[in-house]
Design a protein around this ligand. Structure first.
Ligand code: NG6
Ligand code: CA
Length: 504
């Protein structure tokens, strides 16, 4: 019989193994294992607070993520730092506020690496603690140091910033290049058909959505007028690499397979996996198995698809005997959006569903739904099931996992909230400085949110989301007024002044 070390470690760590009778050496070993559980962060893309059954959704069914929630802690005050992807992911991986870095904005697919490879990242810190680290899915933090040649090894990237293994898309599923990159090499590239990428101009003879609207199967509402790939026109231009291009319909299966392979391969020693789903970001192209599954059109269908993938992944963890020794976190990179540039009828088919939950705003917004996202933490046998009101943020994974694995904190803005994440304390942070993804900040302090005055800016973004930007200072009590209807700035000038001090 093959002995699964992690399984035993998991049982020992959950206190089910009788501790008495073991030698001091064994005891130390068991304690070490309990301090190095596997860690999996599953990050959805543009999933809102109200998109999951466990957060009150009734129109879309997410039974697998709901089960994950029921097996651990559901946070009601969980945040990403930013209302768009790149800055939010930057904070998650570095433990630094993205608004300190002017380049931390939604990056094109040919942008250079945003993270400084000389600095220790959160996964880099886990490597030092003996973890094998992997990323599968969306990267969106730039690659290389200038002009990338996609036909040669691509570096620096995830493998130079803390990951032993990477299987990624460079940017987003609507941006060129539409290929997967495994450990710095484009997967399935035919050397006879080299890839070229540009964000400045089209390559002669390559059809774009702008010139050939009759050649695309999904209409456009904004942007996305570049190269047509798989019948969908994208942002940016590319030529060549035809065999390497992904098929959107199968992306879910590819990422699930790679994530599963990673944990299987590394099951006997501590691992960290960052499983960065592409759903429900546009273009929303579900696998044929999920077309029509939600009744709410493509956006709902890809959420059902993501829920399935999470369920399959958790099944795999179980089959490998790893559930008791693995912390699984499920969260999202920013708030929800319906029409994000493709005419997929997300608005018309949304019905009574509220992706933003009880909140105002969404993706790109300083209002609550921009950054207040689903946040679940499960570690069976270690974390009691329940709901937590603690203020927690993805930027704190760096300091908290550092505490868990007895490493120095690599993140200058990261706070150790391990006790809140593990349900040992009802308190997380006391304050946070969040941003809209374009460098405009707000402060959350305990139950209050203060948005400073932003004169001369649009109140609505072109995607029909309230930006939260207003010449009026806004102050809301999120505990009693999550919908941000009652601005108390005029009644509480001292609190406004105090909170202003946190903002740059
Ligand atoms: C916007 C895109 C949007 C999405 C977003 C990034 C247009 C009109 N809009 O510029 O579709 O790709 O960038 O989303 O092109 S994020 O979740 O990766 O931040
Ligand atoms: Ca996103």
């Amino acid at each position: 019989m093959r002995i699964n070390f992690n399984h035993i470690a998991g049982i020992a760590a959950s206190g089910l193994l009788i501790q008495s009778g073991c030698t001091p050496k064994e005891k130390i070993h068991r304690e070490q294992v309990a301090r190095s559980p596997n860690i999996v962060v599953i990050l959805a893309d543009d999933l809102g607070f109200g998109d999951l059954g466990c957060y009150g959704a009734t129109q879309i069914k997410t039974p697998n993520i709901d089960r994950l929630s029921a097996s651990g802690l559901r946070f009601n005050n969980g945040y990403c730092t930013s209302a768009t992807s790149t800055p939010s992911r930057f904070a998650l991986l570095t433990g630094q506020y993205p608004w300190r870095n002017d380049k931390a904005r939604v990056l094109p697919g040919d942008a250079p690496l945003l993270i400084d490879p000389a600095k220790t990242t959160m996964p880099g810190m886990l490597q030092k603690a003996g973890y094998t680290t992997g990323i599968v899915g969306k990267w969106h933090l730039g690659l290389g140091s200038g002009q990338v040649d996609w036909n040669r090894p691509i570096a620096p990237g995830p493998n130079e910033t803390g990951f032993d293994y990477s299987y990624i898309m460079a940017a987003t599923n609507d941006r060129c290049p539409t290929v997967f990159i495994e450990n710095g090499t484009v997967v399935g590239l035919d050397p006879a058909d080299p890839i070229q990428v540009s964000y400045k101009q089209n390559f002669p003879g390559e059809p774009t959505g702008k010139e050939f609207p009759d050649k695309i199967r999904m209409g456009l509402t904004q942007g996305h007028a570049g190269t047509i790939i798989n019948g969908i026109s994208r942002i940016g231009f590319m030529k060549g690499g035809k065999k390497a291009r992904w098929t959107d319909e199968f992306m879910v299966d590819t990422f699930l397979l790679k994530a599963g392979n990673f944990i299987e391969k590394n099951r006997t020693k501590p691992f960290f996996l960052y499983y960065a789903l592409h759903e429900p970001h546009c273009p929303r192209v579900p696998s044929p198995r999920f077309v029509g599954s939600s009744g709410l059109g493509p956006r709902g269908d890809v959420i059902v698809e993501a829920d399935w993938a999470v369920g399959e992944f958790l099944k795999k963890l179980d089959q490998l005997g790893l559930t008791g020794n693995t912390i699984v976190i499920f969260t999202s990179d920013n708030g929800p959006v319906l029409d994000d540039g493709y005419a997929d009828r997300a608005v018309e088919l949304n019905g009574a569903h509220t992706p933003w939950g009880p909140m105002r705003g969404g993706k790109y917004s300083l209002l609550e739904a921009g950054t207040h996202i689903p946040f679940l933490v499960s570690w069976p046998g270690h974390i009691k099931q329940g709901v937590s009101e603690a203020l927690v943020c993805q930027i704190d994974f760096a300091a908290s996992f550092a505490d868990l694995t007895r490493q120095p904190n690599p993140g200058s803005d990261s706070q150790n909230i391990l006790n809140a994440l593990l349900g040992k304390s009802p308190n997380g942070r006391s304050s946070l400085v969040l941003d809209n993804g374009s460098g405009k900040t707000l402060v959350r302090e305990n139950e209050w949110v203060m948005i400073p005055s932003y004169p001369g800016v649009p109140l609505f973004k072109d995607v029909n989301i309230e930006t939260g930007l207003s010449p009026e200072i806004q102050l809301y009590n999120i505990k009693f007024d999550p919908g941000q209807r009652n601005n108390q700035a005029k009644q509480k000038p001292e609190l406004v002044q105090k909170m202003k001090l946190s903002i740059r």
